[in-house]
Design a protein around this ligand. Structure first.
Ligand SMILES: Nc1ncnc2c1ncn2[C@@H]1O[C@H](COP(=O)(O)OP(=O)(O)O)[C@@H](O)[C@H]1O
Ligand SMILES: Nc1ncnc2c1ncn2[C@H]1C[C@H](O)[C@@H](COP(=O)(O)OP(=O)(O)O)O1
Ligand SMILES: [Mg+2]
Length: 201
C-alpha cells in the first residue's frame, strides 16, 4: 500500500486518500461501510458530517439544513473545512481516508488538492438515474432524511448530472478513476470495489 502521500505545499501529510464520487442513491455509503470492514480505512461521509452539524442544533446547522432539504450544495468552504478538520483529527491513527460524497463539483476537487492532498484512487460508483431514484425512494421510507423526498430527489439528480458527473472527467486523465457498475447486488458491486482497491497494492 502507498506510504504517506505528501502533495508539495499541502499543509499536512496524510496517508493514502481514496475518494468515492457517485450520484445520490448510487450506493456510496453502503460500499464505504464494506470497505471500512475489510480494509480499515477511515470513512468520512460529507453528508454525515453535515447531518451531525444539523443535529447539533447550531445556527450554522439550521442554515445547512435549509440548503440540504432543497437538494442544493452547501458552501464549498464549509464542507471542505469540515472534512479537513475530521482528517487532521484522525491523521495520526488512520490507515488511509475514504472520502464519500466529496467532491460534488470540479472546483471542490481543485480546492481539496490545494488544501489537503491528492487522491490516489477514485471509486466512481455508477448507477442509472432510474436505479438511483428507486433506491432513494426506498431509502426515504426509513431514513427520515428530509432530502429523500420526491421533489428533492429530482433536484439532487439534476444537480448530480450538471455539477458532479464532470468531476469524473477532471480526474480521468490521471489514470486513477475506477468506474464501478453499481447496478448489481451490494456484493456484486463490492467485488468490483475490492478489485479496484487491491489494484493499488
Ligand atoms: N447494490 C445495491 N442494490 C440495492 N440497493 C442498494 C444497493 N446499494 C445501496 N442500496 C440501497 O440504496 C439506498 C442508497 O444507498 P446509499 O449507500 O445510501 O447510497 P448513497 O450514499 O450513494 O446515497 C440505501 O437504501 C441502500 O440500502
Ligand atoms: N461535497 C458536498 N458539497 C456540497 N454539499 C454537499 C456535499 N456533500 C453533501 N452535501 C449536501 C448536499 C447533499 O444533497 C446532502 C446529502 O449528501 P449525502 O449524504 O452525501 O447524500 P447521498 O448519500 O444521498 O448521496 O448534503
Ligand atoms: Mg450516502
Amino acid at each position: 500500500m502507498h506510504s504517506s502521500l505528501h502533495v508539495p505545499g499541502s499543509p499536512t501529510i496524510f496517508s493514502l486518500i481514496l475518494i468515492c464520487p457517485g450520484g445520490p442513491g448510487s450506493g456510496k455509503g453502503t460500499q464505504c461501510e464494506k470497505i471500512v470492514e475489510r480494509y480499515g480505512f477511515t470513512h468520512l461521509s460529507s453528508g454525515d458530517l453535515l447531518r451531525a452539524e444539523v443535529s447539533s442544533g447550531s445556527e450554522r446547522g439550521k442554515q445547512l439544513a435549509a440548503i440540504m432539504e432543497k437538494g442544493e450544495l452547501v458552501p464549498l468552504d464549509t464542507i471542505l473545512n469540515m472534512i479537513k478538520e475530521a482528517m487532521i483529527a484522525k491523521a495520526s491513527t488512520s490507515k488511509g481516508f475514504l472520502i464519500d460524497g466529496y467532491p460534488r463539483e470540479v472546483r471542490q476537487g481543485e480546492e481539496f488538492e490545494k488544501k489537503i492532498g491528492a487522491p490516489c484512487l477514485l471509486l466512481y460508483i455508477d448507477a442509472k438515474a432510474e436505479t438511483m431514484l428507486m433506491r432513494l425512494i426506498k431509502r426515504g421510507e426509513t431514513s427520515g432524511r428530509s432530502d429523500d423526498t420526491a421533489q428533492t430527489i429530482k433536484n439532487r439528480l439534476e444537480l448530480y448530472y450538471k455539477a458532479t458527473e464532470p468531476v469524473i472527467a477532471y480526474y480521468q486523465g490521471r489514470g486513477i478513476v475506477r468506474k464501478i457498475n453499481a447496478e448489481g447486488s451490494v456484493d456484486e458491486v463490492f467485488s468490483q470495489v475490492a478489485n479496484a482497491i487491491e489494484s493499488l497494492q
